[in-house]
Design a protein around this ligand. Structure first.
Ligand SMILES: C[S@@+](CC[C@H](N)C(=O)[O-])C[C@H]1O[C@@H](n2cnc3c(N)ncnc32)[C@H](O)[C@@H]1O
Length: 231
């Protein structure tokens, strides 16, 4: 396991989980060497649509985009919006680069590393959408502090979303589902948009299933989808 200090008290403070998987093929390495630098979020300064993309547009942020299929789907669906995705896993970043290249998307920028480091640089009250899909569940109680759905990261999410901004969370882990409900019930900045019990058992329109969601379905596990509006 690789752990990086981020030095930011509002975040989890370090990055857990693997950052490298199977060795990249030369064509994948070339994509990482050539396309990633052109699409990487600048290393410092405020992270706004105007600063990163050169125009003021609604800004979306995906934490831990995995293979990038959801990010690419949303960016394709909303070409006038701007998207930032962060993922420390190199193979995931390469997969997202492939989607961006193959779909000809010009409204995505990526960060290979801790999402919370970049999110911290987004000015408060400016994000239109924030996505946290199938975050690592850390099911053991002694690892609960590593979960994204914890007071520190949730404070950051609440600060960065604009009033009316949307926070989408999905999980296929029953412990994480209960934990998330408990964490969100303690907060008054978010309005849960579920109208009926069934609303969080199926993905709302425009919310494609990710790789982890598909895997959970294949393995016969349930999925839960939560949508909150920033008050
Ligand atoms: C279970 S996977 C889900 C991936 C994807 N969202 C999906 O649904 O297929 C969780 C992902 O979160 C990423 N992750 C973990 N900690 C992170 C962090 N601090 N910032 C960004 N991504 C993170 C992991 O590398 C991993 O790809």
């Amino acid at each position: 396991m690789t752990a990086f200090k981020t030095g930011d008290p509002t975040t989890l403070g370090r990055l857990y989980g693997r950052t490298k998987g199977h060795r990249l093929r030369p064509v994948q390495q070339a994509l990482l060497d050539e396309l990633y630098p052109a699409l990487a979020v600048p290393e410092d300064g405020p992270v706004t649509a105007a600063a990163v993309f050169g125009e003021d547009r609604p800004l979306h942020f995906e934490i831990g985009f995995g293979g990038g299929e959801h990010l690419a789907y949303r960016a394709d669906l909303l070409p006038d919006h701007r998207f930032i995705g962060a993922e420390p896993f190199e193979n995931g970043v390469v997969s997202a680069l492939q989607h961006i290249r193959d779909q000809g998307l010009s409204n995505i920028r990526l960060h290979m590393g801790d999402a919370l480091e970049v999110l911290r640089r987004v000015p408060d009250g400016t994000l239109s959408f924030l996505y946290l899909l199938h975050p690592d569940p850390w099911p053991k109680a002694r690892h609960a502090k590593r979960r994204m759905m914890n007071p520190g990261p949730l404070d950051l999410f609440a600060a960065k979303l604009k009033p009316g901004g949307i926070f989408r969370v999905a999980t296929d882990d029953p412990t994480y589902c209960r934990w998330s409900l408990m964490q969100m019930a303690r907060r008054d900045e978010f309005e849960w948009l579920a109208k009926s019990a069934d609303d969080f058992r199926k993905a709302p329109g425009g919310w494609p299933l990710t790789r982890y969601a598909e895997k959970a379905l294949r393995e016969g596990r349930e999925l839960w989808f939560f949508q909150y509006r920033r008050r």
